[in-house]
Ligand binder design. Sequence first.
Ligand code: NAD
Length: 252
Amino acid sequence: MSTVEGEFNGLVAIVTGGASGIGAAIAQRLRAGGATVAVFDLAPESADADLAVAVDVSDDESVRAGVARVIDALGRIDIVVNNAGIGAQGDIAANGDDEWHRVWDVNVVGLARVSRAALPHLRVSPAAAIVNTSSIAATAGLPQRALYSATKGAVLALTRAMAADHLREGIRVNAVNPGTADTPWVGRLLDAADDPAAERAALEARQPHGRLVSPDEVAAAVAYLASPASGSTTGTSIAVDGGMQELRLRPA
Ligand code: NAD
């Protein structure tokens, strides 16, 4: 993974959902650049982090306690990566209110909870950045992902709104939109399929570049958006999806 040596030296980052998949790659990438990284996760034991905290982003008290713990232990917060997320399958009729509230509470309100708890600390950072993990599902109109797509669209809308609100405070807010990435999440979907190998081939074929996105590729985009190198970039997103969003390519 390419890094600019020491680009995050002296900075403290929180990565939610940082114990697995894309979040774990982001935590590793930020640490490689010199950041001190706190991972917030439901299951933080396996996290490769300077500080691993058991936080449920769907619980406001848990989030506020996690942020207080970071300040106690590490003294500052410069970067917040809102990456924790859960999936939902099916069309608009597939999920009832309980499931809508459950997934929205993690993917959207969770992002708001962590961001607002960190805000007073970001305001006094000279290098404040928030990076949110959205998805190709926000823009591509994927079939059988109604609820999940709605939450990821909201992540993009919040990214722009937060960027506007906090621009003058020196806090930049951006997002990444991964295509289907090779993570334990996708592994679980494949394991549940009748024919995992055929399902994997179908997912690969759905990506215009013919393969799954690697978590390290997403982490590299997050690192750019979190670093001073992107100092004039705010309120936008980077697609890491093999061309799916912009090229409108589909399998032949
Ligand atoms: P993953 O399941 O491998 O990892 C997600 C992590 O989030 C886990 O460690 C889990 O414990 C944690 N988490 C879940 N709910 C939480 C909560 N309430 N509080 C704290 N932590 C919680 O998933 P992944 O594939 O690495 O996905 C990470 C992010 O990337 C998600 O936001 C997902 O929507 C997004 N994304 C994934 C893909 C993909 O294909 N894998 C594509 C686009 C976007």
